[in-house]
Write a protein that binds this ligand. Structure first.
Ligand SMILES: C[S@@+](CC[C@H](N)C(=O)[O-])C[C@H]1O[C@@H](n2cnc3c(N)ncnc32)[C@H](O)[C@@H]1O
Length: 317
């Protein structure tokens, strides 16, 4: 009876199809008895697969900042004593994961961006296809909403968000039109403003880019990704791996630089004698992308790029 009542009150979770599932899990697991972190648990699709490849002495911690994702993942995975779901932002990984595990982690997965659930749930405000409030927060602990960005930011700040995070060339007229239309309350209102500002043939792409830019700003996605990469490297054991799946060029650039050099400039530091001090090295050559078959079955996978790196011992230890 209790189960029935709970189910009535549970929000429907729009199923997220995990991207590059086989490829990511096979690259991640080097020790079937090791300790792993899924830093972007979502609906638990990747975690479920990881657990199926681990033995009974292994551990997997799944992190997500979104309560709806954590609840869905707990339902997907069920009762498994090897698994724990942890609420938190991977930008603060060191604070979330018990300190005694620093240097002990065999692999960390980042499947970046938003889930199908977040996009499909109109009330979350991520989608320009559905009416909803301008929210776009992945976590209810975050202060700034899309409404604040759209209605409170100065012209310059709004233009920069659209230009730098949305990579939208028409950032100036769009920012101006948004400001002229204030207050802007909903996702479809915002969509209409963009439509009325750019030529027909660019509309869909411009709308997607503006929404992406605002989402990145609200969730401080790039800053959290940089922090997440640094902290993941500290958490790993030597030879432990980071697998990162990104969905747009801003994310991929951060991952690429970090995997090349272990810092955010992408420049390899050298010691006095010219020996590289890089604490990380790419494992798979270049990027791994979904097959045509995967994209056909799951169009959300089309922009995915996966990179894999492992921690190496430096002279400094
Ligand atoms: C693409 S989905 C992951 C889907 C998951 N791999 C699966 O198979 O269901 C990304 C998830 O990461 C979460 N997320 C994004 N950025 C995060 C961050 N900085 N900290 C914690 N979770 C984050 C989102 O809330 C979302 O649930």
């Amino acid at each position: 009876m209790i189960m029935i009542i709970m189910k009535k009150h549970e929000k429907k979770y729009h199923k997220h199809v995990p991207v590059l599932l086989q490829e990511s899990v096979s690259q991640l697991i080097t020790d079937p008895g090791g300790i792993y972190i899924d830093a972007t648990l979502g609906g638990g699709g990747h975690s479920q697969k990881i657990l199926s490849k681990l033995n009974q002495s292994a551990k997997l911690m799944g992190v997500d900042q979104d309560d709806e994702a954590l609840n869905a993942a707990r339902r997907t995975i069920g009762d498994d004593k090897r698994f724990s779901a942890i609420k938190g932002n991977f930008g603060y990984l060191k604070r979330i994961i018990p300190p005694e595990l620093r240097g002990e982690i065999a692999g960390i997965l980042f499947d970046l961006g938003v889930s199908t659930h977040q996009i499909s749930e109109g009330s979350r405000g991520f989608s320009y296809r559905q009416e909803g409030p301008l929210d776009m927060r992945m976590s209810n602990l975050q202060g700034v909403t899309a409404y604040d960005v759209v209605n409170e930011y100065s012209y310059e700040a709004l233009r920069d968000v659209i230009y730098h995070y949305g990579e939208e060339r028409n950032s100036r007229p769009i920012a101006r039109a948004i400001i002229d239309a204030r207050p802007v309350e909903t996702t479809l209102q915002l969509k209409t403003i963009i439509e009325s500002t750019v030529p027909d043939k660019y509309q869909i792409k411009s709308i997607a880019r503006v929404f992406q830019g605002i989402r990145i700003e609200v969730n401080r996605e790039l800053e959290m990704l940089r922090n997440g990469m640094e902290q993941a490297l500290e958490m790993l054991e030597i030879s432990g791996r980071i697998v990162a799946i990104s969905y747009h060029s801003l994310e991929d650039r951060i991952v690429k630089h970090f995997f090349k050099a272990g810092n955010h400039t992408g420049k390899i530091e050298k010691d006095f004698y010219g020996n590289p001090l890089t604490p990380i090295r790419s494992v798979a050559k270049g990027i791994i992308t979904p097959t045509e078959e995967e994209i056909e079955q799951n169009p959300a996978a089309r922009s995915a790029k996966m990179r894999v790196a492992e921690k190496i011992k430096t002279e400094e230890g």
